[in-house]
Design a protein. Sequence first.
Length: 293
Amino acid sequence: MQESQAITRKSASNLALAFILLPKEKRDGMATLYAFCREVDDVADEDALPVAERRAGLQGWREDIAQACRPDGQPRFVVNRELQPFIQKHALPFSLFDELIQGCEMDLETTRYASYADLEQYCYRVASVVGLLSIEIFGYRNPACREYALCLGQALQLTNILRDVRSDAERGRIYLPGEELSRFGVREEEILRFEYSDRFRRLAESVAARAKSHYQKATDLLPREDRRSMIAAEVMGSVYWRLLRKLESRGFNVFGPEPMRLNKLQKIHLIARTWCRDVFGALTPNYGSSRSR
């Protein structure tokens, strides 16, 4: 567990922060899963390396995680060796790890998405799949949790896309669907030059509305009997919902030099609020409606 925990601590990500409310065994399992996600994502994002070399690196991870998914498999990578006991205990399927790697492979060459249908496949692979793996580690009773994970993953990734418009543009990437750019009269060149406009704001508002619908669906789909086991996912939902509202309050001007984030105190507040909702019962939705804050 040492390698995975070191990667998780170093990342200081929202996902890693959400693990604090989990029992130790589940926290350890999520740390290893997160470390795997971080490692394959880093391979895909190493722009200094040729695409062919990064693709070969991802194929190496695919072959190694396939070994970890076999009862008698012997993975070479330390993270996969640490993940293997949790794969076996929770019956995590290779097919989902493969989908996640396919999502990373999309980032090697795909820099534009023509439609929401294309973008949804990407969001499914890099976000919803992580949710589907996570809920197996969390444990659940109602199969509706799978649909919950799918919707929440879409919501979180759309929020990420809105936050990271500038940093993605710096790398020549535009994840906002081309059909939406055309609908609001926003040219790719404007985004690549970090030009903010009322047209861009309306475009971002439209994408945010789509994200909000996914947050609302996730809220509606989460079975009552599984709310406690999904507490880490609910922390993620509340953090990213608050981030989306913060972007909204600033008119979605995301072209500044630093991506908009929540500070540590705000995140701790949301963790505490989610814990209180779990213990005392929710009076207002944690995310997904106008009453959520």
